[in-house]
Unconditional design. Structure first.
Ligand code: SF4
Ligand code: SF4
Lengths: 321, 489
């Protein structure tokens, strides 16, 4: 790359946490600003859409794009940044695999509008109004972007070169990713970067003893032993089905992993892998008994696909039409 | 009719936009704050185990996940009819106080200070945190970074992570605070009390000592009498974590004081087809449109509102500052929205003092931090004060504790109506006969809503940042007539 790499950060349908997480590299932000030319960064710098539109295609070296594709506006910007960027990185769980907001794929626009604008008990809406994309006010017309039925990942919308997992990516991992770009030391296109090559269990300090369980517990039901593996105490933990990289943070608070770093290397469907990991700790003599124990798990879809539904083989509940 | 669009105003669950319409005479006819994003948590939280909601709803906002975590955990306590042990509640409040220190520090220095320290019509190139630091000294910048770092370290200590921390669960907290950890927290809390006092001194020297700024605070475009909302303790003092919601009228008289479970008797939400966000108002007063005053159900829920709605602060240094603010501004309630910045640093001082009090509480390191729920789950409401307003989570579950209904009234949305009014007022005061007076206008309009610290402004938290603001003047056919921009590359 001639000169400093030109870098952009952008966000679509997300909570803002990925942007805040970048800041958590703390004072190294200044090193980053030295090493690269940051041309767009809503959290730290001002920008406007027109500037991006006016740029030549491919004139951004790397764009870190966070957030899922929830609306027509998100999609428009995903296409725009794809065209303008040589390398497009899906940064964070929403862009990578849909994240928690991807659970909306268990419903659709109509279902969401019905609850949010009509059913919620604080809503006073006798005319049963819902937002519309064009609306005539007395003073003129106001527009809204179309809200889609389905949450899509960035990679389901435009071709993506790399993905950084995590909700949000942890600061030390983000720093490693920025360094890799600056030094030009990148793995093949299509790789997951900013994470480990094992599972969360490999980084976890809770000790596994190859114990089996007869019963599963929800987090509020028991006080677990702080030293032992949570899954082996019957608390559903996504550690075995989740890529390493965060440093096994959640178990340090005596709470299970929920899988925000996505599937480990070689696994396509995190939920399927998770289910088999859970089944492997069940202590049962017969298949019926095993099935009975596994059926105690509350909300299997929302548990096994907490972060990855939009990217999974299931992807969404079937639409009626 | 001409339309002026300010687009984008950065994050509030995504992007936001202000459309200002001019009439034939070129006067401001109306202004609309349009929120073009929705994610639908109320729907997809249905079917989830309720104890997972503190972790799930934290993803509503990456800027104040701590507020959702706490409101959700409290709603879960109510659903399970469980009362956390004293140390569990105190640890939650300790965690939450540390969060307030980080959040209010960030807002005051990064978003608020540039206007007051550099001046509202200073060159945008210096009207930012770097300009502030250049003027007040590098040492101050270092303190701001340190305040944030110390707060985040406390959050991580109890919540394992900084963005989207965990740890609050039905019945209490998932782990206790050790004696060694407590020593570190105490040390940070003492540092933060000093830092908050330093911040107030800075505000005295740079703002209150300057007549021009005081006049600006007191000027008409930034004055908006409405109802005010805030959580109070049993002595009607400000509390962020627990208590009853008190609402006072524009004269400062109590309208109502309600427990979380009674929120539906008091707050309703309106749906407008031109925005994805719902607009809350006081149910008993009713919706009378985007207007302030005693007959309109519009209320504000901001740091200033909390101070207006309370009788005082629960800690001594903050109480002294509280009294001084009302003396200086002519008594209670204060309707000047720009005084919100002052209220915010009084709250910063309170949060630091409260944090210190809690670290000195002999019970704080008690190992008993959670009560295991035994009753059948049903329904519950949890309310905390998010930095940007009263935050309500309401869940109904089946007997298994799977959520069947989820309703959320989040911090910033409380202020959608007053923000819209403030923006309209500022625009009306500044745009005359279709003439957009100056580039300074953009900042003056922006200041009208920046005081509320709407979550969209949080996108600029923590680094040199200004909200990008662009005013487009369009004629009735949508033709671009003129464009002014501020702080845009
Ligand atoms: S299953 Fe969970 S608790 Fe057990 S080792 Fe893996 S990450 Fe740790
Ligand atoms: S432990 Fe699991 S859920 Fe927690 S941060 Fe790590 S990958 Fe994410």
């Amino acid at each position: 790359m001639a000169g400093k790499p030109r870098v952009a950060f952008y966000w679509a349908g997300s909570c803002g946490g990925c942007e805040i997480a970048v800041l958590e590299i703390r004072e190294r932000i200044l090193d980053l600003a030295q090493a690269v030319d940051i041309i767009f960064w809503p959290v730290a710098m001002d920008f406007k859409y027109q500037d991006v539109e006016a740029m030549e295609d491919g004139s951004i070296d790397v764009c870190f794009f966070n957030g899922a594709i929830r609306s027509a506006e998100n999609e428009h910007l995903a296409r725009l940044f794809r065209a303008k960027s040589k390398t497009l990185v899906a940064y964070g769980s929403c862009a990578h695999e849909g994240c928690i907001p991807g659970l909306a794929n268990l419903s659709d626009r109509e279902g969401i509008f019905e609850v949010v604008y009509r059913e919620n008990p604080s809503v006073e809406n006798p005319e049963k109004l819902v937002p519309v994309t064009r609306y005539d006010l007395p003073e003129g017309e106001v527009e809204l972007p179309t809200f889609y039925d389905t949450v899509r990942t960035l990679g389901q919308t435009v071709p993506v070169d790399y993905s950084v997992p995590g909700c949000p990516p942890q600061a030390h991992q983000s720093w490693a990713v920025f360094e890799a770009f600056v030094k030009g030391e990148l793995p093949p296109v299509g790789s997951v970067i900013g994470a480990g090559e094992k599972t969360v269990c490999d980084e976890c300090e809770h000790v596994k003893e190859e114990k089996k369980v007869k019963q599963f517990f929800r987090i509020h039901e028991i006080v677990p032993d702080e030293k032992k593996c949570l899954l082996e105490q019957g608390i559903i933990c996504a550690g075995p089905a989740t890529r390493s990289g965060c440093g096994a943070l959640c178990p340090t608070a005596n709470l299970p992993c929920r899988g925000c770093y996505g599937p480990p290397p070689g696994v396509v469907d995190q939920g399927a892998k998770f289910l088999s990991a859970v089944a492997s700790v069940v202590d049962a003599n017969t298949e019926e008994e095993a099935a009975r124990i596994v059926s105690q798990i509350a909300d299997p879809i929302g548990t096994f696909y907490r972060f990855g539904l939009a990217a999974s083989l299931l992807r969404r509940r079937k639409l009626d039409q | 009719m001409k339309k002026i669009s300010i687009d984008p105003i950065t994050r509030l669950e995504g992007h936001g936009r202000i459309d200002i319409f001019l009439d034939e005479e070129g006067e401001v006819a109306n202004a609309y704050l349009v929120i073009p994003e929705l994610r639908g948590f109320e729907k997809f939280c249905q079917g989830r185990p309720v104890e997972e909601l503190p972790r799930i709803t934290a993803r509503i906002c990456g800027v104040c996940p701590e507020a959702h975590l706490m409101a959700s955990a409290k709603a879960c306590d109510a659903v399970y009819h469980v009362d956390p042990p004293p140390a569990g509640k105190k640890l939650r409040e300790l965690f939450y106080s540390a969060f307030y220190v980080a959040d209010h520090t960030t807002h005051f220095y990064i978003l608020g200070a540039p206007d007051f320290v550099m001046g509202p019509d200073a060159d945008p190139a210096v009207r930012n945190i770097l300009g502030v630091i250049a003027k007040v000294g590098v040492e101050t910048g270092g303190k701001v970074i340190e305040a944030r770092a110390r707060s985040l370290d406390i959050i991580k200590m109890l919540g394992a992570r900084t963005v989207h921390p965990i740890g609050a669960i039905p019945g209490g907290m998932s782990k206790p605070l050790s004696a060694e950890e407590r020593v570190d927290v105490e040390e940070s809390a003492r540092w933060m009390v000093d830092f908050a006092q330093f911040t107030i001194q800075l505000f005295n020297d740079l703002v209150l000592a300057n007549k021009e700024y005081v006049d600006l605070i007191l000027s008409d475009p930034y004055t908006l009498p409405t109802y005010y909302m805030g959580l109070v303790d049993d002595k009607n003092r400000v509390n962020f974590y627990d208590g009853l919601v008190r609402v006072v009228d524009p004269e400062g008289e109590e309208l109502v004081k309600y427990a979380p479970a009674q929120y539906l008797d008091n707050v309703a939400e309106r749906v407008e087809p031109w925005t994805y966000v719902k607009i809350p108002y006081l149910k008993k007063i009713g919706w009378k449109g985007f207007v302030g005053g005693k007959d309109s159900g519009v209320y504000q829920a901001t740091p200033l509102s909390r101070l207006n709605a309370a009788d005082g602060m629960a800690t001594p240094l903050a109480q002294a500052e509280y009294e001084r603010m009302y003396e200086t501004l002519g008594g209670k309630p204060v309707h000047q929205t720009l005084a919100t910045h002052w209220a915010r640093i009084i709250e910063l001082l309170y949060a630091a003092e409260r944090l210190l009090e809690l670290t000195m509480d002999p019970e704080i390191t008690d190992r008993n931090v959670r009560t295991i729920p035994t009753e059948t789950p049903t329904e519950g409401v949890g309310i905390v004060e998010a930095p940007r307003g009263t935050l309500t989570h309401h869940y109904v579950t089946d007997e298994q504790g799977l959520v069947t209904e989820c309703n959320l009234i989040v911090g910033t949305t409380n202020n959608i109506a007053p923000m819209s009014i403030s923006i309209r007022q500022a625009a009306q005061g500044l745009i005359k006969k279709g003439e957009v007076i100056s580039e300074g206008l953009l900042n003056m309009v922006e200041m009208a809503f920046r005081a509320y610290d709407p979550c969209m402004s949080c996108a600029t938290h923590a680094l040199p940042g200004r909200m990008p603001l662009e005013v487009r003047i369009l004629d009735s056919t949508g033709q671009l007539v003129e464009r002014l921009s501020q702080g845009l590359a």
